[in-house]
Ligand binder design. Structure first.
Ligand SMILES: [Zn+2]
Length: 108
């Protein structure tokens, strides 16, 4: 199955697709994915050998609704603090945590 954008139908290679992950929502265990071509945003979850595409919704706490699975053999996701480390075929992508809503206050 192709890793494509639902809006503009651009088909991505696996590395290009993973590079579009912008922020990791640890509470929902899902990442924001923004199409490099049209800028459309969807939510994805990376699990072993599979990308799940859906959306994050709030119901007290954040949840992820899986709409469809995109098989991607070999992909792995490892939590790295509040970030997510995605690995595939010897490459890795670090998806930073979503920016906190509170104002930054840490000196240094
Ligand atoms: Zn697109």
């Amino acid at each position: 199955m192709d890793l494509d954008c639902l809006s503009c139908r651009t088909v991505f290679t696996a590395p290009d697709f993973l590079a579009c992950c912008r922020s990791y929502n640890r509470a929902a265990n899902a990442s924001s994915w923004i199409c490099a071509h049209c800028g459309d945003q969807v939510d994805i979850r990376v699990v072993d050998d599979e990308i799940q595409r859906g959306y994050i919704y709030g119901a007290g706490t954040a949840h992820f609704s899986n709409e469809h699975q995109l098989p991607l053999p070999g992909v792995r996701a490892i939590e790295d603090g509040d970030a997510l480390l995605v690995t595939l075929a010897g490459h890795e992508w670090r998806i930073p945590p979503r920016a906190p809503g509170k104002s930054p206050g840490t000196p240094g």
